[in-house]
Design a protein around this ligand. Structure first.
Ligand code: EPU
Length: 409
């Protein structure tokens, strides 16, 4: 296991570049199993989750070649299998094997999927999407004699179920209509990828129309990671100094910029770069995490330390109502809070160093940020969960003057 050792209190100074988006790369990597021939995806971050995704599809016989941030996936020799339970349980994106395996082989096992354990994470919508396109669930296996176009009406916008619906509809015979879908930027990247492989996909405000085909030779480009960008911007605002974060998908972060402005963050935007110097005039904010384009749930743990450093605030999460376990971890650093219905009130706090266990990916990053601010040595144990989602975090933080070491224990 890894731990992150931080000697906090350094003023931050320098540039940090945003990597490719984890949650955009994963759907493309796993969807490539449904695509015949060779697919090439660029901008893929080297993080724990993408490594696991590649190992998963290689278990089916896909041949993988990596060159810098590009991945070539050759699926000419793939065969149906049940992937190893240990790998499937490591990441949430292994749910995308439901769509990819059904589309390619007419069969998909329902397995014990992994990912951050901050809430109950059902897969009923994924299964309903498969059934709407003609698949049948028998025991723990979905079967189909060939997916056929159909209507999929989601009662709540799920990123994962939308990804699976798109993979299956793009491979199905005939036209499908998907309603109530998630419209995160990573869903749009997947649409481009499946279109490059031959599917005809049209998006309106309320519907996605998909004409399926035998998918061949996809080409995909992973865009910048809005959550990583938000994490470094919030870190620089929290700790203070003079940091420029480059490659920021600004348009995707509007609600985040509004919230950090209310908290008093001093930042300026120029092209895709954001220069941050700290907190100018501390303020308060109320954040309601909700599906895109509203404030992202994955940034709500990241903004909590900033609220504690400013004049406090309130966070409500409508996507994962119980995603507040990370506050118990931040309490060890002195962060004061009260839980409320589906949320938390954060109070201005005197923060100090601590030794903690990373509760999950974003909660672990919030602990890293708090440690960077706090004088003295902090240790974040079980940090593999943070490394699953942040590329070269040690190098990036050192590059802006932080005293950070990742080591085995
Ligand atoms: N839901 C259902 N039934 C389902 C699927 C989802 O009721 O079959 C509900 C969930 O309980 C939740 C809501 O729908 O209340 C949204 O869940 P969604 O399916 O969108 O989440 P996900 O696809 O499992 C992805 C990201 C998460 C991110 C959420 C929300 C990936 C690999 N994971 O999860 O990212 O929090 O969307 O934006 O894309 C992270 O990166 O730290 C992370 C947890």
């Amino acid at each position: 296991m890894k731990k992150i050792i931080i000697s906090g209190g350094n003023v931050l100074d320098g540039r940090v570049a945003v990597s490719g988006s984890k949650n955009a790369a994963l759907p493309m990597l796993l969807a490539s199993l449904a695509i015949e021939g060779e697919s090439v995806i660029s901008g893929v971050p080297k993080i724990g989750d993408t490594e696991v995704a590649l190992r998963l599809i290689s278990e089916y016989g896909a041949e993988i070649v990596r060159y810098e941030d590009a991945v070539k996936i050759d699926t000419r020799g793939v065969k149906f299998c049940l992937p190893s339970e240990e790998l499937v349980a490591k990441i949430r994106a292994s749910t995308y094997l439901i769509g990819a395996s059904l589309a390619r082989f007419g069969e998909a096992g329902i397995l014990k999927y992994g990912g951050c354990d901050f809430a109950r994470r059902p897969i009923d919508l994924h299964i309903e999407a498969a059934e709407a396109l003609g698949a049948k669930l028998l025991g723990d296996t979905l079967y189909s004699d060939g997916l056929v176009g159909g209507e999929i009406n989601f009662r709540t916008p799920s990123v994962g179920a939308t990804v699976n619906a798109l993979i299956m509809a793009a491979s199905a015979d005939g036209e499908s209509v998907i309603r109530g879908f998630a419209r995160e930027p990573h869903v749009l990247s997947l649409i481009d990828f499946l279109s490059s492989a031959g599917a005809q996909i049209m998006l309106t405000d309320t519907e996605i129309h998909v004409v399926g085909t035998r998918l061949k030779n996809g080409r995909g480009r992973v865009g910048p990671d809005m959550i990583e960008a938000g994490s470094y911007i919030a870190t620089a605002a929290l700790v203070g100094g003079d940091v420029t974060v480059s490659g920021v998908p600004r348009d995707e972060l509007s609600p985040f910029f509004s919230a950090i402005s209310e908290l008093g963050a001093d930042f300026s935007l120029s092209g895709d770069a954001v220069r941050v110097t700290g907190i100018k005039q501390p303020g308060k904010a109320r954040v309601v995490a909700a599906p895109y384009p509203r404030f992202p749930t994955d940034l709500q743990p990241i903004i909590a330390p900033l609220m504690a450093r400013a004049l406090g605030g309130e966070i409500v999460d409508t996507v994962w109502e119980s995603r507040f376990g990370y506050l118990n971890t931040l309490r060890s650093f002195g962060l004061r809070f009260d839980l409320i219905r589906h949320g938390a009130k954060i109070y201005p706090s005197e923060l100090h160093s601590a030794t903690v266990t990373a509760p999950d990916l974003r909660g672990g990053m919030a602990a890293v940020m708090t440690a960077l601010l706090s004088e003295g040595e902090s240790v974040i144990c079980a940090a593999d969960t943070v490394l699953r989602g942040y590329e070269n975090i040690e190098e990036k933080l050192r590059g802006i003057g932080a005293d950070v070491t990742v080591s085995d224990y």
